[in-house]
Structure formats: C-alpha cells, structure tokens
Design a protein around this ligand. Structure first.
Ligand SMILES: Cc1ncc(COP(=O)(O)O)c(C=O)c1O
Length: 350
C-alpha cells in the first residue's frame, strides 16, 4: 500500500499536477491522512457523509466529485463549507440554482466544478456550449464560485488492451482540455482541470493543461487493476477467509461469500475479473460461486493442499464496495498486524 501511495504521488509530481486521491476506495481517514502526508493536495469523496467524517478527522481540503442534490444535504454542505475547503461537482441548472439559494447569504462562497462527460455515459455535460451556459449560470449565482471543470474516464476500465486504454485516456483529457479552453476564450476563468481513474493513469500519459488527478483504487490495486497491469504483487488488500468444508475432492468452501466480497465482476477488457476474487498462493485460482456467507472454490490442488480451518487470502475484484462491508482494516507489515484502522466512512452513503 505504501508503495502504491508513493508510485501515484511520483506520477503526479513528474507531470506537475496535484494529486487528490479518491477516498471512496478505502473510506478510511487514516489511509487518507497517509496519502496527504505523502504529498497529496487534499482528498476526493463521493458523498456528503464521507466528507463530514473526513473533515471531522482533520482532512482540510475535500472535493465531492459528484452531483449532490437535496435540501438536507445542501445544509450539511453549508456547515462543511464553514469548516474546511470544500468543492462539489455540478452538471445541471436545477442543482446550481438550488445550491445558490442555500449559499447566497454565506460569507464564503461554495466552490463548484462542472463535470464533463467524456465517454463513461454517466454524469456530466456533453458539449462545450452546455458547459459554457452552466458556467455562466454559476458565475452569476450568488454564493457560488466556479473553480474549474472535471471529468472521470471510467470507460477506460472496459478498454480491450493497454494501448486502447491509453488512447481513451488521451481522448478524454483532450475533450476536457478543449472545453477548458473554450470556457476561457469566452471569458470564464478555469483554475482547475481535474481528471483521473486508476487504469488510465497506470497506462497513459497526463497531458499538459491538466492540473489535478483523482485516482482512487490505486491505493489497494484490486484484482481488476492487477489484471490490467499484469502484476498481482501490487495488490495490497486481501480478505482473510477460513476453510470450513471440503465436501468433495475438488470443492473447497470458505466462510466468505457475497457479504464479505460483494458479487462484483467485470466481464471483459483489461480489468476483466473472472470469478469472485483471486486466491493468493495458487495459480489463477478464483472463487467460482458465492452464497451470502459461503465462497466455493473448485480445485483439486486447493482441496489437496488446504485442510479445514486453514486460512486463505482473497484479493477482491473491486476494492471500493468491499471495504464498505467491514468495520476495520488490519494493517500488516512483514506479516504482522501492526495497526487496526476503523473504516469510519463505512455506510456514510448519503
Ligand atoms: C468521479 C470519480 N473520480 C475518480 C474516481 C477514481 O477512479 P479509480 O477508482 O479508477 O481510481 C472515481 C471512481 O469511481 C470517480 O467516480
């Protein structure tokens, strides 16, 4: 984990950009602090609840890279904006108008970044014209300040090759930078151009003009990322499970099912994850089937090597939802538990 933290910090430094790690992956203030101590500018979160916990634990610079909507959430955001440096993503007029109604009377405006959609087909405005019209609305809205724009090249997860991943990344950045330039030409200052995802940053180059990157999963490098980089030795997060049954010569059952690993899989591309988690210490052994509390492996080798009560380490397919299933994480150094970190943002999804 420390190596992963250093590696991404180094990438950011080399490209001359700020690193603002997405902490949705670990949901753990202690991990966020390590990232900031290593040189990150601040952190990214997806939810107001995560921002509240992180701010309460001393994280001072937080970007909620998501579209937040709702009266009670706006009021919580207002409280946060009085305590720490915070910004939020926007991509529609209703949201900007509603935010402005809440922040108009504030001494300190709320920073917002307009999200640009570059291929993930999720949130974000699609054209320069739409970005400009929203940017104008933000600049005219009392209580709001436009910090810049952001995009998330999540579609690079589905790339069929590392080269395609790098190409999708380049295109996504170019589209984002083109919109930044278009806004500037139309008199709108764009201080921040924020981008980022783990597979793209592992395979492609950060273009000049980008000011900030927001990768999240890199800290743990789950099975999907291990597949993408062709190296599972950098996977830092594992679930410890116990062999509880060996009903046949091939079937080995452990006490970790959907509630321990999630049922997340990726069907194709560089982040392809067959099965439900990669078992460490065996040759490409994956959990084949999950029940709520049971994980099933089909392997004569595993059956012959493992006995009831043995423990195995499973690299989860997707670290982010898996961390949300646990109260704490055990920090291991040289095969010894050296600390326990509470996953304090667990369940803080509102
Ligand atoms: C808006 C946004 N930015 C950044 C990230 C980080 O991506 P990754 O976990 O691939 O590093 C995510 C992840 O979902 C995201 O939704």
């Amino acid at each position: 984990m420390e190596q992963n933290i250093r590696m991404m910090m180094e990438k950011a430094r080399e490209a001359g950009v700020k690193l603002r790690p997405h902490t949705k992956t670990h949901r753990t203030p202690k991990a966020a602090k390590l990232q900031v101590e290593a040189g990150a500018q601040g952190i990214t979160v997806a939810k107001v609840g995560e921002a509240e916990v992180m701010a309460g634990e001393g994280l001072q610079d937080i970007f909620i890279a998501n579209e937040i909507y709702g009266e009670s959430k706006f009021l919580r955001l207002r409280d946060l904006n009085r305590q720490v440096r915070i910004a939020v993503g926007v991509d529609n007029r209703e949201q900007v108008e509603a935010l402005s109604r809440v922040f108009a009377g504030e001494n300190k405006p709320l920073d917002v970044l307009i999200e640009i959609e570059t291929g993930e087909e999720r949130t974000g405005v699609l054209t320069g014209e739409d970005a400009l019209s929203l940017a104008r609305l933000v600049t005219e809205s009392p209580g709001l300040r436009l910090r810049g724009i952001f995009s998330h090249e999540g579609h690079t997860y589905g790339a069929s090759s590392p080269e395609m991943c790098a190409e999708l990344f380049r295109k996504s950045q170019e589209d984002t930078l083109t919109i930044a330039e278009f806004l500037r030409k139309n008199g709108i200052p764009v201080e921040e151009v924020s981008i980022g995802a783990t597979p793209s940053l592992m395979h492609g180059q950060i273009l000049p003009g980008i000011t900030e990157i927001r990768p999240g999963t890199y800290i743990y490098m789950d099975a999907a990322q291990g597949n993408a980089i062709g190296d599972y030795s950098r996977c830092a997060l594992t679930i410890l499970a116990t062999v509880i049954s060996k009903p046949t010569a091939e079937r080995v059952v452990v006490d970790a099912g959907v509630k321990a690993l999630t049922a997340f899989t990726r069907a194709q591309g560089i982040c392809h994850t067959p099965g439900y988690g990669l078992v460490k210490g065996f040759n490409d052994l994956r959990l084949k089937k999950l029940y709520d509390e049971h994980g099933i492996m089909i392997s004569a080798e595993a059956s012959s090597k493992l006995k009831i009560g043995d423990k195995i380490e499973i690299i989860p397919n997707h670290a982010c939802p898996t961390c949300n299933l646990y109260d704490k994480i055990y920090v291991i150094e040289n095969e010894r538990v050296v600390d326990e970190w509470p996953i304090l943002c667990r369940g803080k999804s509102q």
